[in-house]
Design a protein around this ligand. Sequence first.
Ligand code: ASP
Length: 335
Amino acid sequence: MKTTPIVLTVMLSILTTMALGVANGADDAQQSERPVEWAIAVHGGAGGAADRLTDQQRQAREAVLGKAVRIGSDVLARGGSSLDAVEQTIRHLEDSPLFNAGRGAVLNAAGGVELDASIMDGKTLACGAVAGVTTVKNPILLARRVMTETRHVLLGGEGADEFAARQGVERVAPKYYFTQPRYQEWLKARQQQQEESADSTKGTVGCVALDKHGDLAAGTSTGGRNYKMFGRIGDSPIVGAGTYADNRTCAVSGTGIGEEYIRHAVAYDVSARMRYTGATLKDAMHAVMHETLRKGDGGLIGVDHHGAIVLDFNTPGMARGAADSSGRFEVRIGE
Ligand code: ASP
């Protein structure tokens, strides 16, 4: 068939509109059909230190984030669930010493780790979370077990570690979490007697996903804040603060100063604004990020029920990545 230039132009303009719609996070809530089959976004923390990373450090982080996005994308492209994609993506980030979750967790004021994580299923609103665990290799996996194997939503401290043992979830000795960079950050914070040392890269991890079945899921995992008080629990294991997913609206994961995210019920607020006012994900997230929260508080990632991805932050930068079934794939550290 001979393609006339005019047909070609029309086709190109349709394709361009579709591609831009996704790339800009254009999230027309009126759309009846999803523009993409699946979508995924990840974050690796928002903070101020990205510009202080060497090229090598930046590349190493990008490589881990990129691999994490690919792991989740593969699950979704195969028709797997958004919950599986979120869990597997976060597990990869927890296993890396470069992010503040699992292996690379920051130390609390007592010099130990206390890990927090949560996961939520947008289809059923089922959710599970753990707070202050000290022996679990992959807290996100344990959070999912709380969701599926108990009648509770949040388990904390020793009880959560004991539940991990009963579930046969892999546990590790304290030295597994020990990394030199975190120890140096801790020494500096101890010397200054303050929580977050100025050059500390945050590095909490999170993932949101929409699968081919139209189901949303969100998860977040962290070591919390460097030199936090022993026993302090942040927003990451608090459903509605650091994590939220609802098929009617969106899936959201946050990173930043947990106390602010709890105070403002940040993740839930994004979803609620969409539900109550019909706001798009982009507008709902923008309002929370830039009107409710203050500059420097952190960042958010979200995907809506049409597959539009939004990545927003009010810090100098956020480590982030995104991919969807249209071929979009991006990873970025910093601004
Ligand atoms: N939100 C986490 C917390 O407060 C820390 C972070 O995201 O950097 O525990």
